[in-house]
Design a protein around this ligand. Sequence first.
Ligand code: G1P
Length: 291
Amino acid sequence: MTTPLRKAVIPAAGLGTRFLPATKAMPKEMLTVVDKPLIQYVVEEARAAGIEEFCIVTGRGKISLVDHFDVAYELEATLRERNKTAALEQLAAMSAKEGSIVTVRQQVPHGLGHAVWCARAFTAGEAFAVLLPDVLVMAETPCLAQLADVYRQTGGNVLAVEEVPREHTNRYGILDVASDDGRLVEVRGLVEKPKPEDAPSNLSIIGRYILVPEVMAALEAQERGAGGEIQLTDAMAKLIGKGPFHGLRYQGRQYDCGDKAGFIEAQIAFGLQRPELADAIRGFLKAYSGH
Ligand code: G1P
C-alpha cells in the first residue's frame, strides 16, 4: 500500500573522521556551506518536498544539531532590540514547528542501515525519505521533490541516481538495471560499493531515498555487508521484486561534502548562487585560475 510521504530520517551519527580536526568537537553536519550548516540544507530540501516530520539520528556530542532548529530566545530578543528584522525573519523561517523534529541515538557505529533502523519507531509503518546530509544537491526542483513526484505515480522505493566513472563504483551503492527509459530506471539489483570489474552498472545512489516501511523489517536481520557494516543498500536489495522499485536520474547536481575537495567546490557553487557574493567569488576564481 502506498502511504503518503510525510516523514524523513536524517542519519547524522557519523564521527566525521574525514574532516578532523574540524569535527573533533563539532558535528560534521554543522559544517557550513556559505552560511548554512549542511543539516539545514537537507531539512529545507525535505520541507520543499512536503515533509512535515523529521527524525535526526544522532550520536554523542551532536546536540548542536538539534539546538540549531530550536528557538533562541536570547538571540531573538537582542535582534529585536537592535531592529535586525531581516535576521529575525531568517531565524523564524528555519525554526522547526513544535514537535516536528525528534532525535534518536545510534549508540554504536554499525553503519548506515543500522542508523536508519534506529528510527523504526518514528517511521511507524509509513513510507519515509532518507537524506544524507553529506550530500548537497543543487537543483531547480529540489531533488527530494523530484523523487516524491515519482513516488506519487509509482509507489514503492525511489532512489536518486546518477552515472559515475566506472573506476568509482567502489564508493557508492550501485544499481543493476532491469529497464531504463533514460530518466526512470527499474531496479533489478543493488550492490554496495562493488569493485569496478564486479559492478552491474555505473549508476550510483546519491544519498536521497524514498523507502517503503518494509525496509525496516529487512534491516531487523542486522546482517553485515560491505566494510563489515549493516548496509541500507543490502536491506533495500531484499525488497526487489516485492513491489515497484525505481531509480530516478534526477535533474541537478550533487556535491559530496563528505570529501574536502567536494566541500570546497560546494562553497563556490552555492556562493555563486548568492547575488551579494557572486562577483567577489568570480573575481578571486579568476585571480587563482593561473595557479
Ligand atoms: C552511502 C551509501 C551508498 C551511497 C552513498 C552516497 O555510502 O551506503 O550506497 O551511494 O552513501 O553518498 P557512504 O558515503 O556513507 O560510504
